[in-house]
Design a protein around this ligand. Structure first.
Ligand SMILES: [Zn+2]
Length: 280
């Protein structure tokens, strides 16, 4: 998940390469880009990393680790560092991103502190009821989807209100984001059915529940705010070219987790968006 300053990060990276300053050894993701590691509490993050690793299936070639700790040496899977960084201004890349051509996840410390607000996307309410770590788990599972697909540099584009085309416009970035969500949902689904590892199944259950809570929160918000049934409310539409709206994203994930129950609702939702796209 992830503006303008990110482009600057890429430019810095390119300058480094052009000046010959890049070194053959692997430089930390933050040192390379001059990013500031946060000194805020890592408790929720550490717990979320542990739970994400528990949920990721054995067939995934990597595990995550808190960059301030030593990576686990126990297996032959790749260890991918997760950094909590201070971003100025906070949120310009979204809650998390992977620098171009890197294998690390950078989390915006302020966005992490406000993670329940991030996941409510303006629709206040029930998202406050779950511990922060579960929203961080969903964020890490999504970024793991990018890593699994060997992607990096995904960014959130500028919001362009007034242009009605972006709601239904498809592009390669949106598709990549959709695939990362799909990866996250499939990891949860796989773990939910892991009878040999009840601890993993339980973690996935709480992750799946978090997806439902985020999605249902939008439903309640819509009922409270949509006083005109003749026109769609804002929450039906995407807010930029790079990501579909969070309501649709969580509904899609629910449809992966339970196709029989959520598949028809997803179809109805998509049909409604198509019907209203020219009336917005
Ligand atoms: Zn993403």
């Amino acid at each position: 998940m992830v503006g303008r300053a990110f482009v600057a990060v890429c430019i810095i990276s390119a300058m480094s390469a052009c000046s010959g300053a890049s070194k053959p050894e692997r430089v930390s993701c933050t040192r390379k880009y001059g990013l500031v590691i946060s000194d805020r509490s890592h408790d929720s993050l550490r717990s979320a990393i542990d739970k994400t690793n528990l949920i990721l299936s054995q067939s995934v070639s990597f595990q995550l680790y808190d960059a301030l700790r030593t990576p686990a040496q126990s297996n032959d899977r790749e260890s991918v560092p997760v950094y909590l960084i201070e971003v100025d201004p906070p949120g310009k890349h979204g809650p998390a991103f992977i620098p171009r051509n890197e294998r690390c996840i950078l989390l915006d410390a302020q966005q992490v502190a406000d993670i329940r607000i991030v996941f409510s996307a303006g629709a206040k309410g029930a998202t406050k009821r779950l511990p922060d770590e579960w929203y961080i788990v969903l964020t890490l599972l999504h970024e793991s989807g990018h890593l699994s697909n060997n992607e990096s540099g995904s960014m959130r584009e500028e919001t362009r209100f007034g242009d009605s085309s972006f709601n239904t416009a498809q592009n390669s970035v949106k598709i990549r984001e959709m695939l990362a969500d799909d990866f996250a949902a499939k990891q949860l689904r796989d773990a939910l059915g892991d009878k040999a590892n009840p601890q993993r199944a339980e973690a996935a259950l709480l992750g799946a529940l978090t997806v439902s809570v985020v999605n249902m929160n939008f439903v309640v918000y819509r009922v409270e705010t949509d006083t005109s049934l003749s026109r769609p409310v804002q929450t039906y539409f995407d807010t930029g070219y790079s990501h579909e709206n969070l309501e649709l994203r969580t509904l899609r994930m629910s449809a992966v987790l339970s196709p029989e129950r959520f598949g028809p609702i997803l179809e109805q939702y998509e049909e409604s968006r198509r019907r209203h796209e020219n009336t917005r």
